[in-house]
Write a protein of this length. Sequence first.
Length: 357
Amino acid sequence: MRVLVLIASLGVAACPAATPNEGSFLETKYVRYVTDQPVTPCGGLARVTDKQVEYLFDLLGEPYAAPLSIEYDWAEDSSALRCDKKVAGCAQATPEGASISSLYLADLHELAHATHLLTIGTSHPVLTEGFATYASNQPGVAIAQDPMIFIQTIEDMFVVGSVAAERYPIAARFVGMTIERKGIDAFKKFWVGVPRNALLSEVRATYEEHFGEPWSDALTALAVQEQAVFYDPYCEGDALDVAEHLELTLTQTCEDDEVSGPLNSAGVVTGVLPIPIQLTSEGMYRFRLGDSDRTGPVTALRGCSNGVAAPTPAISSFVPGDDITQYLGPGRYLLNVRVPLAPDAGHTIEIDIDLIH
């Protein structure tokens, strides 16, 4: 299960999904999108999709997917999802490759599920959800855990045989820190040796056999290890420096090549324009959005993982007319601006950022 927070999403379950049968929405190198929704893809969707797919295959150390081997059903709402459970997305293997059904386009978490389905297959839910959450670099993965609580939580999830949404970061720490300690090749062999319905005793024995380390010692080490690998494909590209002042006047629409999506949130469909910014010093930053029309685009702010854990803004969303000041540390951040679908529906979006001394 997943909860959407503005334009960033948390992970979803890799539950079974029926093969979609709608008409083609967009074909990229690796993905065929289908949907019943009466909108067109934004100019940057194909580029963003294929970049994410290649990142995931590189992470696993596997050859890139065959052309159009992922079929991706973009659902308008939860009632249209082709999933067995009430979730925000799901994936399954098909004779042709992999199939995704999701409320969101280019969902990195779901694409991660498709990637392992096309390469190393499936495994226990703790491993599949942990891998998808770690691979999509979602919040909370890097946070060290109390060893005793971590051990109990991991073992409980293996006993139950499923992972609740709020425990995805714990599963991601188990998977991610194992990969970072042991290497991806060793982890893939462990993955293949753990069936989907494996009992805790079987998982423990397989772990010790593959890695030559007592289970309890390994979990203690995984709980406190500092995450060393960070990658954020959404934050790549040249960043705009904010030394003292940055003024943006945006006229982009969904048709522009740098805009991805569209995003359908609560029935409002927009494009998504990502703008990396670089704050050169710590201090109080003032964010002002022009236009008093509060039905206009929303801007989301989040930290980027650029070799270190992402900084976390105290205030992460702004609407036109806002004038908000907050303390931020130096580093790279991402402004995600929702833009109109078409030029005739658009208006200029003005964003001012000032460092207040």
